[in-house]
Ligand binder design. Structure first.
Ligand code: ADA
Length: 555
């Protein structure tokens, strides 16, 4: 299951065995084929702990007719093959993609997915970085039987108009056949429903817009995260042939002056940055561990999480929808400066990550803000243009959420005017000494002059490192748990006490592995600024943060 609820009552899924055969294709790999669990990062196998190369996953499936293969995430590039024929290639580990095969004879077929986590010259986003780029099929794969016409996607956004709720939706239908087809498409949510008839040309994809008024609904709030199913059904000659179910929540987000309002009430954010990673499972985080992360964050008094620095597994977003955890989701780009942004593939790859994030995650009510381009080259005209293009792309797809980017503390940013919310990453007390908000105030002064005056401000990162179990009774040594506590205490108080700041995301929830090239400044080859370590063992800072977040929660 690639989601936490049933997404089809009509379309049939072809069962896959969770154990696939993996053959590594490059140096440093395995001696022969091995059985592996999918989804999983190949680094879970101790022999492949640092393998950079290609891995070919295969299994035999029984099917016929038209099938749709959905791969939720493959690190980092993928090729999907059926009976040795390439169906689809994909770049990007953090969004899903489909591959279609038509007119198959009934019987056994060999499904293969080749994953490749090597760094390559034609890759602009996938570079050695301050997190580990895992390999393998890291998110669930599903195979479904489809007809000649099927529902490719469903976008449904609740919008409040005066006192009434309206769902603005779009159902995308694809015709794989050689003939034009007339189809009826219905959309329903609660008591609201509508049906339309459309002609879809051969080989075409058609978007069918819907606008439906809803009766009485319960609002989605962090305290009472009410969710409603929304179902699209495709009829051919009056017969239901295909369907797609998602969930929505009725809530509004808007920026008013320097505040972000959720359902018209101002937000004060107490959150965490979280890399999607768990100890030896790497980026293929088991859903039980996702839930545990959310339980810990709730225990810590957090109300929000940032999916740094890429779109997350939809099952994590499903859990956030269900538990009322607010999410800042961002497309994949971390720390790329002008020269790297001038890579000929940069914009194409970033656009793709952003487009797929929006298409696949737009319905999640937990997402209250979109981000992109964490700490990239916002200080040159060229870089600023890249930011502007991505922001306008996001706004075009979704006018219902604000847009932001986590900026460096350095001066010279040219995009304050293009953000709905000014977000800044700062590390006072860790990378430099001085008053917590000294650098921030200089930054905000610049933002004020540069088009950011009066906008909400989020501290998108702040934190300090500690190695789990390393203690300095005098509390002085960097990397000691005591020193981390002392720094965090100062940072959290200084930020949360300011009424002009919407809140913060601590860097970071859990320690995460980093690429080899970063290891020199990262003891244990990990970014050790977690409140818990990579196995979720709480550091001393856990209690410190819990007390402070708990205190600010009641203010
Ligand atoms: C940055 C960056 C993070 C991480 C962090 C740190 O601001 O956005 O990915 O590298 O700093 O630990 O220094």
């Amino acid at each position: 299951m690639d989601r936490l609820f049933t997404t089809h009552l009509i379309r049939r899924e072809i069962p896959l065995h969770p154990v696939w055969t993996l053959r590594t294709l490059d140096e440093g790999g395995l001696d022969g084929p091995e059985d592996v669990w999918v989804s999983g990062a190949w680094e879970s196998d101790p022999r492949l702990r640092s393998y950079r190369g290609r891995g070919e996953y295969s299994q035999t499936i029984r099917c016929g007719g038209n099938i749709r293969i959905w791969a939720g995430g493959v690190g980092f590039r993928a090729g999907v093959y059926l009976d040795g024929r390439l169906l689809r290639e994909h770049y990007g580990a953090y969004t899903g993609f489909e591959a279609i095969a038509c007119g198959l004879p009934e019987g056994e077929h060999c499904l293969q997915i080749i994953a490749d986590n090597r760094f390559a010259e034609d890759s602009a986003l996938h570079i050695p970085n301050d997190y580990y780029a895992y390999g393998g099929i890291t998110r669930p794969v599903t195979v479904e039987r489809i007809g000649d016409v099927y529902i490719a996607s469903l976008c449904a956004l609740p919008v409040r108009n005066g006192g009434r709720w309206i769902i603005q939706a779009c159902v995308t239908v694809r015709n794989l056949s050689a003939e034009p087809v007339s189809a009826d498409v219905s959309l329903s949510a609660g008591e609201a429903g509508e049906q339309q008839t459309v002609m879809i040309s051969s080989g075409e994809t058609t978007e069918i817009p819907f606008e439906m008024a809803c009766g009485n609904v319960r609002e989605w709030t962090p305290e009472d995260p009410a969710l409603y199913p929304v179902q699209a059904i495709l009829f051919l000659n009056g017969e239901p042939m295909d369907d797609l179910i998602d969930r929505i929540g009725f809530r509004t987000v808007r920026v008013e002056g320097n505040r972000i309002l959720l359902n018209d009430r101002p937000l004060k954010l107490r959150g965490f940055n979280r890399h999607e990673e768990y100890g030896s499972f790497g980026s293929a985080v088991p859903p039980e561990a996702m839930m545990q992360d959310l339980q810990m964050m709730r225990d810590l008094g957090a109300n929000c999480v940032r999916t740094c620095h890429y779109p997350n597994d939809p099952r994590f977003l499903d859990l956030c929808d269900e538990t009322g955890m607010l999410v800042w989701e961002e497309s994949h780009a971390r720390g790329l400066q002008e020269e790297q942004m001038k890579h000929p593939k940069f914009m194409e790859q970033l656009r793709m990550s952003t487009r797929e994030m929006l298409e696949q995650h737009i319905n999640h009510p937990c997402i209250f803000i979109w981000g992109s381009l964490n700490e990239c080259g916002d200080n040159t005209e060229f870089g600023a243009e890249c930011y502007r293009e991505i922001f306008s792309m996001i706004r075009q797809a979704d006018g219902s959420r604000p847009v932001t980017a986590a900026l460096l503390e350095r001066p010279g940013c040219l995009v304050y005017g293009d953000l709905d919310v000014v977000s800044v990453n700062i590390y006072p007390g860790w990378y430099y000494n001085g008053p917590v908000t000294g650098g921030l105030d200089r930054k905000l002064e610049e933002a004020g002059k540069g088009g950011g005056a009066g906008k909400p401000v989020i501290i998108s990162e702040i934190g300090a490192g500690a190695i789990y179990g390393f203690h300095d009774p005098f509390g002085q040594a960097k990397w000691s748990e005591e020193r981390q506590c002392a720094i965090l205490k100062e940072q959290i108080r200084a930020i949360m006490n300011r009424p002009d700041i919407t809140g913060l995301f601590l860097w970071q929830f859990a320690d995460c592995r980093v690429d080899e090239e970063w290891a020199i400044h990262r003891p244990k080859t990990h970014n050790n600024k977690g409140i818990v370590d990579e196995y979720r063992r709480p550091k001393m800072a856990y209690e410190t943060v819990k007390q402070l977040f708990g205190w600010y929660k009641t203010r």
